[in-house]
Write a protein that binds this ligand. Structure first.
Ligand code: AHR
Length: 498
């Protein structure tokens, strides 16, 4: 099988905002307790942060981490998460029906984020709370001192403000599962008023309004249009969430699901632009795809979970090789929309539907989905280039015509390297015919491949590297490029002198 991939140096999608390689830590399951934080673990540092987990997070180079939820945030009192840990209340978290001891809170997360070399994207509770709690937490986090909340932070031991720039105005407020679900008008109004208060404090802060929880919500995209009618001028991003599954064990449909992600993004872009036109606005709304991943393996086990535990085993999907192929396609979809998607969070980061897993008291390892995310995060910074794929295709009931090749391309910030991220959806090898206009002297210098004979192969504590990438021999970089059957490949080309 042959596939042609045409790119032209003149055809640019947009600058890749590095924040599309963001992730997410929620107070859910073992993300915090037993994940990033486990005092007493042999690898824990003085703060109780697991150093083995920190190493993997740093290796993944996530520039932002959304926190502290998720559904958790909608009945969360931020005041419970600050001050001396021994005085913080234990609370029942209604979202995940767990006990939250608040042993790890805001200051701990700020310290962890610094150690992980990342920044915080903080979600505010607009479910059970409102403008007052929102403005107070912003003041607590960001004001240097000389006011009630900023002085309280200093009293609590954090002299310097946390300097959080990016704020989510609630989470999935359209969802019936949310504590404090809202109609689009109710949410649009509260989002607008909260945004107003936050921007009065500091107009440079960036705000994300909640879009629909997914594109199958009955109110999608009416929700987006109505919410933006209220707050278009006051917010900077609209959120998208999407989780994919393969319950029916239907590989062709599962592998094609990035076409659904492309269509979802396109329809949200259209809705935002409709509101822009309606308002005669000059501002173009940007998107925050702040929850995306594959999520289904753990649902049956979670249905049997005993409530009211601290750090229960919840949402612990063990990812397979085929999940990694899908995640490779999803990252490509984000890159193909780099002009509008400026923030994205792989949900989540540790233990909970995550690229990194741990055993309590034991080791930490990389799940299969770690790899496509790792290569994109490492080599996919710079300019996203338009890619025209001409490959044969298969017909799919859900997605129509699906090309066997899925690809994205990024020109590095220094303009010296072109990276291609390719998924071969076919069960046979694919010869790549790369037509690159304006890139003289292009030479393949490195290639990394993820493939496995067993689509259901997974990494575990016992076999942490069962599914791992291998470096391909590219010789002098002049031979044909062959993508293995059902594989993910990252190809790196050096540009000759221009
Ligand atoms: O990431 C898990 C959950 O999925 C989040 O808490 C929620 O926002 C979404 O429904």
């Amino acid at each position: 099988m042959k596939a042609r991939l045409s790119i032209d140096k003149e055809y640019v999608i947009g600058t890749v905002d590095e924040r599309i390689y963001g992730s997410f830590i929620e107070h859910l399951g073992r993300a915090v307790y037993g994940g990033i934080y486990e005092p007493g673990h042999p690898k824990a540092d003085g703060d109780g942060f697991r150093r083995d987990v920190l190493d993997l997070v740093r290796e993944l180079r996530v520039p932002i981490v959304r926190y502290p939820g998720g559904n958790y945030v909608s009945s969360f009192r931020w005041e419970d998460s600050v001050g001396p840990a021994e005085l913080r209340p234990r609370r029942l978290d209604l979202a995940w029906r767990s006990v939250e001891p608040n042993a790890f809170g805001l200051a701990e997360f700020a310290r962890w984020a610094a150690a992980a070399d990342t920044r915080i994207m903080y979600a505010i509770n607009l479910g059970t709370r409102g403008i007052d709690a929102a403005r107070n937490v912003v003041e607590y986090c960001n004001h240097p001192g000389g006011s009630y909340w900023s002085d309280l932070r200093r009293e609590h031991g954090s002299r310097d403000p946390f300097g959080i720039k990016l704020w989510c105005l609630g989470n999935e407020m359209d969802g019936p599962w949310q504590v404090g679900q809202k109609t689009p008008d109710e949410y649009g109004r509260i989002a607008y008023e909260t945004a107003k208060a936050i921007k009065l404090f500091d107009p440079a802060l960036e705000l994300v309004a909640c879009g629909s929880s997914n594109n199958e919500m009955p109110s999608f995209p009416h929700w987006e249009a109505t919410v933006l009618d209220h707050c278009y001028d006051s917010v900077d991003y609209l959120s998208l969430h999407n989780y994919l599954n393969n319950y029916t064990d239907d590989l062709p449909t599962f592998l094609a699901s990035s076409l659904g992600m492309d269509a979802f993004i396109d329809s949200v872009v259209s809705t935002c632009d409709f509101v822009m036109a309606k308002k005669r606005s000059k501002k173009r709304m940007m998107l925050s795809f702040d929850e995306w991943n594959v999520w289904f393996h753990s649902k049956a086990a979670d249905a049997k979970n005993e409530p009211w535990q601290v750090g229960p085993h919840l949402l612990e999907d063990v990812y397979t090789f085929e999940d990694a192929l899908v995640v490779g396609c999803l990252v490509n979809s984000l890159l193909r929309h780099a002009d509008r998607v400026k923030v994205a969070c792989l949900a989540q980061l540790v233990n909970v539907i995550a690229p990194i897993m741990t055993d309590n008291g034991g080791s930490a390892w990389r799940q299969t989905i770690y790899w496509p995310f790792y290569y994109a995060s490492k080599y996919g910074r710079g300019t996203s280039m338009s890619v025209k794929v001409d490959s044969s295709a298969y017909e799919n009931e859900t997605y129509g015509e699906v090309p066997f090749l899925d690809a994205s391309a990024v020109l590095s910030e220094d303009g010296a390297t072109l990276s291609l991220f390719c998924v071969n959806r076919a069960k046979e090898p694919m010869e790549l015919d790369l037509r690159a206009a304006g890139y003289e002297g292009l030479k393949l210098v490195e290639a990394f491949e993820l493939k496995h004979g067993d689509l259901k192969a997974a990494n575990t504590a016992v076999e942490p590297d069962k599914v791992a990438t291998r470096v391909l021999d590219v010789g002098k970089g002049e031979g044909a490029v062959i993508l293995s059957p059902l594989s993910y490949t990252c190809l790196r080309f050096a540009l000759g002198r221009q």
